[in-house]
Design a protein around this ligand. Structure first.
Ligand SMILES: [Zn+2]
Length: 421
């Protein structure tokens, strides 16, 4: 497996920072004219951003092809399972991309020793829940299909991919990478924008969670552009070990939580760990094809009414603050997302925002509700050999892009982002 690290595909997915942005000026003009007409008819005009809105200018810098190619770039490392060479090579690649975008990086180091029963997914999962109760709360409804983690190599028909995913995970040291946009006027305050870069199941972890990882990397690219300034700081975190119970997120909290808000050295204006204002996780962003059919199959097409699911956890200590953050994201979606709406739910669960939920406002963005929908088999690729780049159509990738537009719009507002003339 060492060949992954020593022999990357030459320049295939090289840094693409600074490439030409696609303008959306034409769409703008049309909307600008449409508003007065609606007003005359006594209808509520849509939440259209004004032409000089800096947030809209930033959202317009997100690019569909760039998002897709970042997902593709991640899949060259197979399922990126934690504790393998392919996982470490993926971390190096992600770090190189972030650096080339001008986002200064750092790493968290921690140890991971798997429990005897291999952790999550072992005995006891779902204990104490009724038959209709979903993980995270909420109620399972309608047709369900089987879920689970594929552990059979032979279930992967692609020989090259099977070989790429062969090296098993070894207990021991682990790392995760993050990069930071430093705020101009409030460098002592920060929003954490995250996704997990590890996966499993003998596929390419394209959707779980290449789709979220690419989203965070795209946001890092846009916010790191030379003419972009923010008042507050933003940390772009690519968690590792999510699939084994969010050990990187827990290590981050344990190591860096106590450092929050401390100026170091004193008088320098530098804050190695600013005070956390919120944590926004992205996990499985692309596939919203609806409930499984009676025969267990799922529709081949993205459903037209697909949406971005924004969840907070009703039972958490920060539920009220997290709910407020969730609705702010919903409003940002209405204003800035081009194709798909958002829905707010209160059962956030099973991802890296969980360890933060009693500490700070924490939400997750996903293709579906994690408990009652993904947990009921709405995503047949979940932890399966079919979670590969080729499975997804442009409509799927576009749902991921809309989640990126939502988070970029919200975080740009929260951090006071402007574009320097
Ligand atoms: Zn995931």
């Amino acid at each position: 497996m060492a060949r992954i690290a020593s022999d990357p595909p030459a320049g295939l997915f090289a840094a693409k920072c600074g490439h030409a942005r696609t303008a959306r000026v034409a769409a703008f003009v049309v909307l600008a004219f449409a508003v007065p007409v609606l007003a005359q008819r006594g209808e509520t005009p849509p939440a259209t951003p004004p032409p000089d809105d800096p947030v809209n200018a930033l959202v317009a810098r997100l690019e569909f092809e760039s998002y897709k190619s970042t997902v593709k770039g991640l899949t060259q490392f197979g399922d990126r399972r934690q504790g393998t060479d392919r996982n470490r090579a993926a971390i190096d690649w992600i770090e190189a991309q972030l650096k080339s975008c001008g986002c200064p990086t750092d790493r968290i180091k921690y140890e991971y020793q798997p429990p005897a029963n291999q952790g999550r997914g072992g005995a006891g999962r779902g204990a104490g829940r009724g038959p209709d109760q979903a993980q995270g709360g909420g109620r399972l409804r309608g047709i369900r299909s089987r879920t689970g983690v594929n552990t059979d190599p032979m279930a992967q028909p692609d020989e090259k991919l099977r070989e790429l995913n062969t090296q098993p995970s070894t207990p021991g040291p682990r790392e995760m990478v993050y990069c930071t946009k430093v705020g101009i006027t409030h460098p002592d305050e920060i929003y954490i924008v995250g996704a997990h870069m590890d996966g499993h199941g003998w596929g390419e972890a394209a959707n779980d969670d290449g789709s979220g990882t690419a989203l965070v990397m795209e946001l890092a690219r846009v916010f790191s552009m030379r003419d972009v300034e923010t008042e507050r700081s933003i940390r772009f975190a690519l968690w590792n070990n999510e699939e084994t119970g969010s050990q990187a997120a827990r290590a981050y909290i344990a190591q860096r939580g106590p450092m929050q808000g401390q100026e170091d050295p004193p008088g320098s204006g530098r804050y190695p760990e600013p005070k956390w204002l919120g944590m926004v996780q992205h996990d499985m962003m692309m596939f919203d094809h609806g409930m499984p059919h009676a025969d267990g199959s799922t529709s081949k097409e993205q459903r037209p009414e697909a949406d971005v699911n924004i969840e907070f956890q009703a039972s958490s200590k920060m539920a009220a603050e997290s709910q407020k953050l969730a609705w702010l994201f919903e409003a940002a979606n209405e204003k800035y997302a081009t194709d798909y709406p958002a829905a707010v739910g209160n059962h956030m669960t099973n991802t890296d925002s969980g360890p933060f939920q009693d500490l700070i406002p924490a939400i997750s963005l996903r293709e579906n509700e994690r408990g009652a929908q993904i947990g009921a088999g709405w995503d047949p690729q979940w932890h399966q050999p079919t979670d590969v780049f080729a499975t997804y159509t442009d409509k799927d990738f576009r749902l991921g892009l809309n989640a990126a537009q939502t988070t970029l719009g919200a975080i740009a507002q929260l951090t006071g982002a402007t574009v320097r003339k």
